[in-house]
Ligand binder design. Structure first.
Ligand code: NAD
Ligand code: ZN
Length: 381
């Protein structure tokens, strides 16, 4: 089968790899119809997180079940499914509590919890930027879709990761009806957090970034765009909230908190969040930080350490949530919002391309080139 294979920093190629296949009775084999490039892939693509050359990416996957193992009960060949990026067993201590983002069984590395397809440090699972994907514990990990799956694939595929991730940011931030919410980052994840805040009934959603095309997408769903290359975003948020600060905030940037080649320190968004969220407000951080960041600009950050304004955070009595999103906690309800026409996450999709164009897509998405917001790859095109 064809797959998007990592060759080394900023180098991917589409080539033949061994076919994915059923390995255990609880596996399903899925023919991928739609698979996204994610901002998280860029950490590996840029060589900032160790990923072995020869492995392939892809954790935002959707497709058709083409084979099931003997131990699979619910799924049938022909089902259209979307697959959470978290690989989870469904029966470990964490999965039992709904924390599929920290599954203990799917992660063989004893120092860690949490697994994903096609990811560094997140288990041995192959990615889905390929023609076929092996899905373990398939009854647990696949979410079935309705008859409109093909027609609305660009909406449903967002359930694999970024729509639930954006929603998780707003859940950790405790967004309530009538709230004023600030979101740092208008990449795909930030835009999904903005959509989620709107779904949860926020009165005002403010989105900070510096890319006009991404800010325009935020405005297209009714958010207020704040361009931090033009104004001080903290002052802008205070102005929008009668000087009190936002009720809550989301960090949707991560440790690449600057444009490629830029020199901003990743603590910038954290400090700005602490300053622009009100006393006792909550902050949800889904932007990725890692224990080791060899590409970071200073020694502490290289060890994953981030100095942020903890004094002010404490003084204001704020709360913080962080980590990978437990996709399964939200994906069924978000699927039904899509199915009923109450959520259209595909508004962020800028490109639908065949798998063969992945190298070009990686390069341009990584450069945050104008108009390259979210790339959906279609192995069948
Ligand atoms: P992205 O890199 O396309 O988007 C990040 C955006 O942040 C860009 O538009 C950039 O211009 C903007 N930005 C940079 N510095 C900024 C600053 N100081 N203030 C405001 N905005 C700034 O990536 P994405 O796909 O949207 O993903 C965002 C983050 O979320 C990444 O770190 C990704 O790995 C992470 N992520 C986390 C989870 C999870 O489960 N927690 C899941 C998916 C993605
Ligand atoms: Zn992703």
């Amino acid at each position: 089968m064809r797959a998007v294979v990592y060759e080394g920093p900023r180098q991917v190629s589409v080539k033949d790899v061994p076919d994915a296949r059923i390995e255990r009775p609880t596996d399903a084999l899925v023919r991928i119809t739609t698979t996204n490039i994610c901002g998280s892939d860029l950490h590996m693509y840029e060589g900032r997180t160790d990923f072995e050359p020869g492995r392939w990416f892809g954790h935002e996957n959707m497709g058709e079940v083409v084979e099931v193992g003997d131990g699979v009960d619910k799924l049938r060949v022909g089902d259209q499914v979307v697959i959470p990026f978290n690989v989870a067993c469904g029966h470990c201590k964490n999965c039992e509590r709904g924390l599929t983002n920290y599954c203990l069984t799917a992660q063989p590395e004893t120092a860690f919890a949490g697994a994903a397809y096609g990811f560094a440090d997140m288990g041995p699972w192959a990615g889905g930027q390929a023609e076929l994907l092996r899905v373990p514990w398939a009854d647990f990990n696949c979410l079935r879709l309705g008859e409109d799956a093909d027609e609305r694939a660009s909406d449903y595929v967002m359930l694999a990761d970024i729509f639930p991730t954006g929603y998780h940011a707003t859940e950790m931030a405790g967004v309530q009806p009538g709230d004023q919410t600030v979101i740092y980052g208008a990449g795909p994840v930030g835009l999904m957090a903005a959509l989620s805040a709107t779904i949860r009934g926020a009165a005002k959603v403010m989105v900070v970034d510096r890319h006009p095309d991404r800010l325009a997408l935020a405005e297209s769903i009714g958010a207020i765009a704040i361009d931090d290359s033009e104004v001080d975003p903290v002052e802008a948020v205070l102005e929008q909230t009668m000087g009190l600060g936002a009720d809550n905030g989301c960090e949707c940037v991560g440790y690449q908190a600057h444009d490629p080649g830029g020199d901003e320190h990743p603590n910038l968004t954290m400090n700005r969040l602490v300053s622009s969220v009100r006393f006792t407000g909550r902050i949800g951080c889904v932007g990725v930080f890692v224990p080791q960041d060899p590409g970071a600009s200073d020694e502490l950050a290289k060890q994953g350490q981030l100095a942020f304004d903890y004094g002010m955070f404490w003084f204001k009595g704020q709360q913080l949530g962080s980590g990978q999103a437990p996709v399964k906690k939200y994906n069924r309800r978000l699927r039904d919002l899509i199915a009923e026409g109450r959520a259209t996450p595909s508004f962020i999709v800028s490109h639908e391309l065949p798998l063969d164009r992945a190298p070009e897509a990686y390069e341009r998405f990584d450069a945050r080139e104008d108009g390259w917001t979210k790339v959906v790859l279609k192995p069948g095109l």
